[in-house]
Design a protein around this ligand. Structure first.
Ligand code: CP3
Length: 344
């Protein structure tokens, strides 16, 4: 079958004249229309579980900018919630969860086959989107990678150095491995269901992979991604997977091949010239403009965007930021980035 969607072509290894583009957190607080829909929904989690409104905020940046992909509006912490953790968001601070510190805490979690009761509204959002998106727009589903999700489940919140998760994996590796295994199983089911509902690509967010070093990186970032991707490929051989081991640095080298990911998403800690030579040589890459350019704009935004497009121009590339856009970004700078990528 000839593929016309640009992102799917890049993911299949094609080098395009102009890279397709989307942006992490493209539906978010920097957009006034997002803030309006979020207040209509009540709070962030109510928005995630309201399929109509979640689909609406997913579509907002597509209408405004015409990105080549849209990413399902949800959160990586919905999976732990579906496994039975309490989850709430403190405005201005971030997520809070009940913690997993002991075998007793772990034993209270549900099995991975019981998550769909909570997550059904998310699959409904995907179904609405696959009907309503423009035909040239690719729909991306996602989940958090096990290590990153575990850091929140163990600590009960975001942590600057993932200290509590490191402490648990070092002091009680048997318990920590059970958490990772449960998350692997849950993630396989969660992503498969998103694909069944219409997701055309899925992305695994390992936002805290950078704090894993040496053998820990292999055991908790690489191996779980490899298992999840192998299981997804067995069920859905034609659905591409993007892996984002954020902060991996030199461990980006070979990550796509070792895990079976079709594309490796790059953060802004690696230079495009280095990544073209060492990572893109194996296949498609995504990234990696520093998100602060969406706040500051101007000539620096244009120059850095062009550098990235040029450096990755000889191979398959999807343009994106190195991390999510922040609430203080100026929506006009997003347009400037898109125009620069598309050569307008
Ligand atoms: O990219 C997208 O537009 C799709 C939706 C999406 C959200 N979160 C919506 C969201 C995705 C893919 C995520 C992933 C996510 N969530 C990650 C991995 C990527 C990353 O950013 O590193 C992580 C670590 C989380 C957990 C999470 N969710 C945190 C730590 C926070 C609070 C920080 C913040 O930005 O407020 C969230 C909240 C969240 N998730 C918001 C959005 C739009 C902001 C909520 C709001 O409207 O107040």
């Amino acid at each position: 079958m000839t593929q016309s969607k640009k992102i799917l072509r890049a993911l299949a290894g094609e080098t395009l004249d102009t890279p397709p583009i989307w942006m992490m957190r493209q539906a978010g607080r920097y957009l006034p229309e997002y803030r309006a829909t979020r207040s209509q929904a009540g709070d962030f989690l109510s928005l995630c579980y309201n399929s109509e409104l979640a689909a609406e905020v997913t579509l907002q940046p597509i209408r405004r900018y015409g990105f080549d992909a849209s990413i399902l509006f949800a959160d990586i912490l919905l999976l732990p919630q579906a496994l039975g953790a309490d989850l709430w968001f403190v405005t201005g601070e971030g997520p809070r969860l009940s913690t997993i510190q002991t075998q007793e805490d772990f034993d209270k979690l549900k099995s991975a086959s019981d998550i769909d009761e909570v997550l059904n509204p998310i699959y409904e959002t995907v179904r609405i989107l696959s009907r309503e998106l423009p035909e040239e727009t690719t729909l991306i589903g996602f989940a958090g990678a096990p290590w990153t999700v575990a850091t929140y489940m163990v600590a009960g919140r975001g942590t600057p150095d993932q200290g509590p998760a490191h402490a648990l994996k070092d002091s009680n590796p048997a318990l920590f491995d059970q958490i990772i295994e449960r998350l692997i199983e849950g993630t396989i089911d969660y992503l498969s269901r998103q694909i069944d509902a219409g997701a055309e690509v899925v992305k695994l967010f390992d936002s805290w992979a950078g704090s894993l070093k040496g053998a820990d990186f292999d055991r908790y970032a690489l191996e779980p991604a490899k298992k999840i991707i192998a299981a997804l490929k067995a069920r859905h051989p034609n659905v591409p997977v993007i892996a984002f081991p954020r902060g991996a640095g030199e461990r980006y080298i070979g990550f796509g091949q070792a895990t079976g990911a079709d594309c490796v998403a790059l953060d802004d800690g690696v230079t495009p010239v280095w990544a073209a030579e060492h990572v893109q040589k194996d296949g498609c890459v995504q990234g990696n403009l520093k998100s602060s350019h969406m706040v500051t704009g101007g000539q620096a935004l244009i120059d850095e965007t062009r550098k990235i497009v040029d450096a990755f121009g000889k191979g398959p590339h999807i343009f994106n930021l190195g991390h999510g856009i922040t609430p203080d970004a100026d929506p006009e700078n997003v347009q400037l980035m898109i125009d620069t990528v598309r050569g307008k």
